[in-house]
Each structure stands twice: as structure tokens, then as C-alpha cells.
Design a protein around this ligand. Structure first.
Ligand SMILES: Cc1cc2nc3c(=O)[nH]c(=O)nc-3n(C[C@H](O)[C@H](O)[C@H](O)COP(=O)(O)OP(=O)(O)OC[C@H]3O[C@@H](n4cnc5c(N)ncnc54)[C@H](O)[C@@H]3O)c2cc1C
Length: 527
């Protein structure tokens, strides 16, 4: 990054990547830029990371991303693993589910972690600082324009100074009211739910143990208590009935507490409220994730109901998908058309996400007779047995934890050699152990990974000799013993290779023991 003094006194900053917004999306993208050694600036109008706890659920895929930054362990240590869910009717336990082992065998993080957004942001910001980077706090994007060659933005600092920033690329991580999205004139179609949500972090005295997510089975609304780290601390999330006419911001905490007491319908004492908020839920996504040299990520590109705790996690993965593509293009290793795949892959994901969260929201809080019946009568009876079945458990975990996201339809997924495999190009690299260690331990470097699985190490000797002349800045390779459990995962019992993209999605698979398919793949990237 270069700060130059302009003739008129304004500062001109030149950089490769300009990130607008330091919420979880902007901070996580900045961390990825650090991994790839990119030059970037982050602009944020707030004075520091958020103090509000906001998002709570951190999923396995996010923890896999954090692992590469060395942040998974601190997050798990500081958070609370969701171990159980209890369904309550007037304080009486109607059903209890074990959540702690839902994803066993699918990831190193087979659970949902409760770890507040404020703490996620702090963790990511600390990573930036440890790597000599920072955020330009109290600096607001005012306007920007792009040409074929660059993006130029005007920003204003807290003391009224205006600065000009020029960059190769601008990424709008500026939240649901995104100025970047509005300036680009991109649509944000969808709907707004009429119901008003409330959320509060507080201590609760009751007879229930602090070991589970407590779900109240109510007739026409939602009321859930999530355990937070600390004695008797909980996140309370609920909805007001449809007839409740007040707007966000007009609701007093006393009204929320009254609502909690009424809906819970058993004795509890809420006290030491640290934070509360009310909000309307929207379900919208942007018409396209990019235009020219400008991109959108996180809530700027998609907003949805809180069911499944997907928002922050999805924003972090938008950035994860985009960063390696920017890195390749900026380093001249790929043609700029690679960046189009960001829109293709993440727009499809956003559309799918909105469909699933809308449906889940209807079941969780819908007020018509069918959803009420499903929620209060069918679910507590059926769900505890259903979730013990492996296929159900794995389907639900893959969906919620985001490890099931795949890009099979992407142009970056080369299917020529994958017909006889269980795993397909575009899938997330499956998790398994090799010699007792997670395969992901070999996949932490920010580059492509070529994994050669064979029973006889010499199978790939010719290929390894060829690879020795390759630029290892962008590709590493590992010869891995084809153990029986690995053969089962891939559905392949003979020597094969897997090329992984830097975000650990399968680019291609092949039983060829030559470099030909890999060479062709890279040639297509640099078209
Ligand atoms: C109560 C609640 C519970 C939630 N629970 C979950 C959950 O459990 N799991 C989950 O994954 N998600 C959850 N979410 C959603 C989650 O909070 C959002 O998806 C997440 O904050 C999106 O992050 P972001 O960085 O994209 O946007 P934001 O967090 O909105 O950050 C955008 C940033 O851009 C800055 N900005 C905006 N305009 C400008 C400008 N012009 N110049 C400079 N800076 C600007 C803003 O100040 C802000 O800091 C929850 C949300 C709420 C409200």
C-alpha cells in the first residue's frame, strides 16, 4: 500500500484490494489477503470491532477456515460447544437431542460452536494486527467509480479529512444497506418478514441445567435460549406475534421480558441483561455478486432469517472463495475471467441458502395450523428418533455446518476423470484421517494441493520428477498411502490423484499417473 500526498493536500492511497467494512466478512477477507500476501486496505466507519454479540453459531466449515489461520483452537477454547437441545412445553421437557456428535467422521469440528460475533471479530482483528496490518477505523466510504483499469474511492475520516483510494479491486463487505451495492445499481430482491424478532443476552435463574439449547414449543412464535460461556448466561431469541405493530427501535426491554415470561410459561428470572435488540428479518440476495472490478460479500450480498445461524458463516466463506482468485489474478497466474466464477459459485449458494432458511423459518416460527402442529406435536415426537439415524444426522449436519456446499456446476470443476469416484469435482475435500492425522493438516498452505494416493509409493515417481521443476509457490504435492478407509471415501481402490483448489474444493480427480490433466487445468486458468 502506498500513501501519496496530493497537490491539493488530500492523501491518495494506492493498493491492490480495497475492502469496505470491517464486520466479520471484511475482517475474514482481510485475513485471507494476509495469507496470500496481497496488498490491501480495510475501511470501516465504526471506531472498533463490534461490542454487540450478534451472531452466535460458528459452523464446522468456518472452523476449517479458521484452522488455516491458526484461529480454530482459540475459538473453540473461548466458545461453548452446543451439546444438547431440549424441547420444552410449559417448562416440561418433551424431548432431548444429543447435538455433540452430529458430524462425527465428517470434519474435525463435528458440532456447532457458540462463539459471539464480537469475539470472532476480535480474533480476526488480532490476527491482522499480529501480521502487521490494521483497519482504517472511523473512515467512511463516501463514493466510488470504476474504469477498466482501476477503482477510485473517496473516503472521509472522523476529523473530516477526505482521502482518495485507488485499487485494482473493491470489495463491498459493507452490510445489508451496502453503499457499494447501491452505487453499482444491483438489485436486492426478496421479501421482509412481518414479524419482529427480539434478541437479548442475559443471565437466567431457573431450574434447567446450563448444558443445552432450550427450545420452547410455542403455538405461533419462536423462543429459544442458547447457553453462553459464563454462569447462567444465555442468548434469548424470540419473535413477537404477527399482530404486534411496533417497529424496530420502538420496543422497550420490559416488553421483551414480558413476552419471554408469557411464551416460556414456566418460572424463570431474567436479569443482568448485557445487550438487547429488535429487528425485522429480510430474505434477499443481490442480482449478481460482482460488476467489473467491484465485488460484494456477506450481508451486502445476501440476508436471510436467523434460522440455522448462517449469515456470518456465509460471509466468511464468500471472502474465502474470492481471496485466492484475486491472488492468482493479481499475481498474473490466472486470467481475470477466473473472477467470474466468484459470482457463479456464490450466487448459486446464496439462492439455495435463502430457500432453505425460509423453509426452516416457517417450521420454526410459522403461525398457520400446519406449522404449529408440526412444531408442537410432530417434531418432539419424531425428531429425537430421526436424528439418531446416520443418513438424517449426516444430511442435517452437512447442510447446517456448510461442509455440504459444493460447486459441481462451476466451470472450475473439471469432471472429465471423476465418473468412477464417489467424490466429484466441485465437492469440498472430504475429511478423513491418514496415519491418525487429519488430511486437512496437509492442506493449510494458501495454494493448490496435488494429492497422489497410491499403495506403492513409486506409482507417481515420473510425475514427481516432473513436478520438481514446477513453481511451488502456487502448488504443493503430497504422496499419500491409499489406506482402505481412504479408498472407501473416494470409492476408488487404485492409484489416483486429486487436485484441490486453494479453498480445498476438488478441481479434478484422475487415475492417470501423468501431469497431463493438471497441466491442462492450469492452462485453462491462464487463458
Ligand atoms: C441477533 C442476530 C443474531 C445472528 N445470529 C447469527 C448466527 O448465529 N450465525 C451467523 O452466521 N449469523 C448470524 N447473524 C447474522 C450476522 O450477524 C451477519 O450475517 C453478519 O454480521 C454479516 O457480516 P458482514 O461483515 O457481512 O456485515 P456487517 O456485520 O453488517 O458489517 C458491515 C460493516 O460495514 C461497515 N460499513 C457500512 N457502510 C460503510 C461505509 N460506507 N464505509 C465504511 N464502513 C461501512 C459497517 O459499519 C459494518 O461494520 C445474526 C444477526 C443478528 C442481528
Amino acid at each position: 500500500m502506498n500513501d501519496l500526498q496530493h497537490d491539493m493536500g488530500d492523501t491518495i492511497i494506492q493498493t491492490d484490494v480495497m475492502i469496505i467494512g470491517a464486520g466479520p466478512t471484511g475482517l475474514a477477507l482481510a485475513c485471507q489477503c494476509v495469507r496470500y500476501g496481497l496488498d490491501f486496505v480495510v475501511i470501516e466507519k465504526r471506531a472498533g470491532v463490534t461490542a454487540a454479540s450478534k451472531a452466535l453459531g460458528v459452523h464446522a466449515r468456518t472452523l476449517e477456515i479458521y484452522e488455516q489461520l491458526g484461529l480454530a483452537q482459540p475459538a473453540v477454547e473461548q466458545g461453548e460447544i452446543a451439546r444438547k437441545a431440549r424441547m420444552l412445553k410449559s417448562g416440561e421437557v418433551r424431548a432431548e437431542l444429543n447435538l455433540s456428535n452430529l458430524g462425527t467422521g465428517l470434519t474435525a469440528y463435528p458440532y456447532v460452536l457458540f462463539f459471539e460475533q464480537s469475539k470472532n471479530e476480535q480474533l480476526l482483528y488480532d490476527y491482522l494486527k499480529q501480521n502487521g496490518k490494521t483497519v482504517r477505523w472511523q473512515t467512511e466510504l463516501v463514493s466510488f467509480a470504476q474504469t477498466d483499469a482501476k477503482v477510485t474511492a473517496q473516503v472521509k475520516t472522523v476529523d473530516g479529512l477526505s482521502q482518495t483510494i485507488t485499487a485494482n479491486y473493491l470489495i463491498g463487505c459493507d452490510g445489508p444497506r451496502s453503499l457499494v451495492r447501491q452505487t453499482l445499481g444491483l438489485g436486492f430482491g426478496g421479501s421482509t418478514f412481518e414479524r419482529l424478532f427480539y434478541v437479548a443476552d442475559a443471565q437466567i435463574d431457573w431450574t434447567l441445567p446450563h448444558d443445552a439449547l432450550q427450545v420452547c414449543l410455542t403455538k405461533d412464535s419462536l423462543l429459544v435460549f442458547f447457553p453462553l460461556k459464563g454462569e447462567n448466561r444465555y442468548r434469548i431469541v424470540g419473535t413477537f406475534p404477527e399482530a404486534f405493530s411496533k417497529d424496530e427501535g420502538d420496543v422497550l426491554y420490559a416488553e421483551i421480558e414480558q413476552r419471554i415470561q408469557q411464551e416460556a410459561d414456566f418460572e424463570l428470572h431474567v436479569h443482568d441483561v448485557e445487550w438487547f435488540s429488535t429487528y425485522k428479518v429480510h430474505s434477499r440476495h443481490v442480482s449478481q455478486f460482482s460488476q467489473g472490478r467491484c465485488f460484494l460479500a456477506g450481508d451486502a450480498a445476501h440476508v436471510h432469517t436467523p434460522v440455522g445461524a448462517q449469515g456470518m458463516n456465509t460471509g466468511i466463506q464468500d471472502g474465502y472463495n474470492l481471496a485466492w482468485k484475486l491472488a492468482l489474478v493479481l499475481n498474473g497466474k490466472a486470467d481475470k475471467t477466473l473472477l467470474q466464477s466468484y459470482n457463479d459459485e456464490r450466487l448459486e449458494n446464496a439462492k439455495h441458502l435463502l430457500q432453505t432458511t425460509d423453509r426452516a423459518f416457517d417450521v420454526a416460527a410459522g403461525s398457520n395450523w400446519l406449522f404449529t402442529f408440526l412444531r408442537t406435536a410432530v417434531l418432539p415426537l419424531v425428531f429425537p428418533s430421526l436424528i439418531k439415524l446416520n443418513p438424517v444426522k449426516q444430511f442435517l449436519f452437512s447442510l447446517i455446518s456448510q461442509i455440504g456446499i459444493q460447486y459441481r456446476h462451476s466451470l472450475l470443476s473439471q469432471h472429465a476423470g471423476d465418473a468412477s469416484f464417489n467424490v466429484k469435482a466441485g465437492d469440498r475435500m472430504p475429511y478423513f484421517l491418514v496415519a491418525g492425522q487429519s488430511i486437512y493438516d496437509k492442506l493449510r498452505q494458501p495454494k493448490f494441493h496435488l494429492l497422489m494416493f497410491s499403495k506403492t509409493p513409486s506409482d507417481f515417481d515420473a510425475l514427481k520428477t516432473e513436478l520438481e521443476n514446477w513453481d511451488t509457490k502456487w502448488l504443493d504435492f503430497n504422496n499419500i498411502l491409499l489406506e482402505p478407509q481412504v479408498a472407501v471415501v473416494f470409492g476408488m481402490n487404485q492409484a489416483f490423484s486429486v487436485l484441490l483448489r486453494p479453498d480445498n474444493y476438488v478441481a479434478l480427480m484422475s487415475t492417470e499417473t501423468s501431469l497431463r490433466p493438471i497441466k491442462t487445468y492450469f492452462e485453462q486458468l491462464t487463458l
